[in-house]
Design a protein around this ligand. Structure first.
Ligand code: ADP
Length: 245
């Protein structure tokens, strides 16, 4: 392992401690998280796997600052998302986190490049065209940058969404079932891309999925059932590729 990677690996980027979430609506209660704890170091690619209804989306929405937990601690790059006021959470979400969604969520009237530019301008009213072009090239989208989402395949749309999520250099990329809407060929391409972002560019990624093939792209897989984490599984193929073993 290179010295640079060694240092990066030691830095804890995400700490989740005893997280609980109970949805309440009138007298009805639904418990989604029952004491979830885990850590992610900078430069890791972690997948959280589990069946529908086990609490994956709830967890991801809390990590992304879109939901406030009932109790527990969420530290992202040292910042407490669970306790922070709404305005502070929004700032951390904007500055530190990139999101990739199952349904891509691109604006249909804008081209690929303009979708990326909008994300950049909303962040700090600045757009680095050279950086955006480089990113589109890296993601294999150089010839598609002037296409609108309806003129792109699902896989291409997801790659544009990944470029959009990365344009503001987030410390953490949160991916919510990123291959859930894709056929197997496009899924594989998107997963290769995420793996490459992690291995070549040291992008920290946390992905939720119910797909074993998707989870196998990650370095570590956390299994979730009924609002709890079951086990931590080291992905040996990933470790061998990264020469960690
Ligand atoms: P997953 O993403 O693994 O499918 P969710 O986090 O969506 O799981 O859901 C976990 C549990 O919380 C489920 O029992 C679900 O019905 C419940 N739940 C999710 N969102 C809400 C909500 N807004 N109000 C009430 N219950 C919810």
């Amino acid at each position: 392992m290179s010295k640079k990677l060694d240092i990066v690996k030691k830095q804890e980027l995400l700490k989740v401690e005893d997280l609980h979430m109970v949805y309440r609506s009138g007298k009805l209660e639904s418990t989604a998280l029952r004491g979830v704890s885990f850590r992610v170091k900078a430069g890791e690619f972690v997948a959280i796997m589990g069946p529908s209804g086990c609490g994956k989306s709830t967890l991801l929405h809390i990590l992304g600052g879109l939901l406030r937990p009932t109790s527990g601690e969420v530290l992202i790059d040292g910042f407490d998302m669970a306790q922070a006021r709404d305005g502070e959470r929004t700032k951390v979400r904007r500055d530190k986190i990139g999101f990739v969604f199952q349904r891509f969520n691109l604006l249909p009237t804008l081209t690929a490049r303009d979708n990326i530019e909008l994300a950049s301008r909303l962040h700090n009213n600045h757009f680095d065209i050279a950086k955006a072009n480089e990113m589109l090239r890296m993601l294999g989208l150089k010839d598609k940058m002037h296409h609108k989402p309806s003129e792109l395949s699902g896989g291409e749309q997801q790659r544009v969404a990944i470029a959009r999520a990365l344009i503001n250099r987030p410390v953490l990329l949160l991916a919510d079932e990123p291959t859930g809407n894709l056929d197997s060929g496009n899924s594989r391409m998107v997963l290769e891309m995420l793996k490459n972002l992690n291995q070549e560019y040291k992008q920290t990624i946390l992905m939720i999925t119910h797909d074993h093939e998707a989870a196998a792209s990650a370095g570590r897989i956390l299994e979730m059932r009924d609002g709890k984490l079951l086990s931590r599984v080291q992905n040996l193929f990933y470790a061998m590729e990264q020469k960690l073993l």
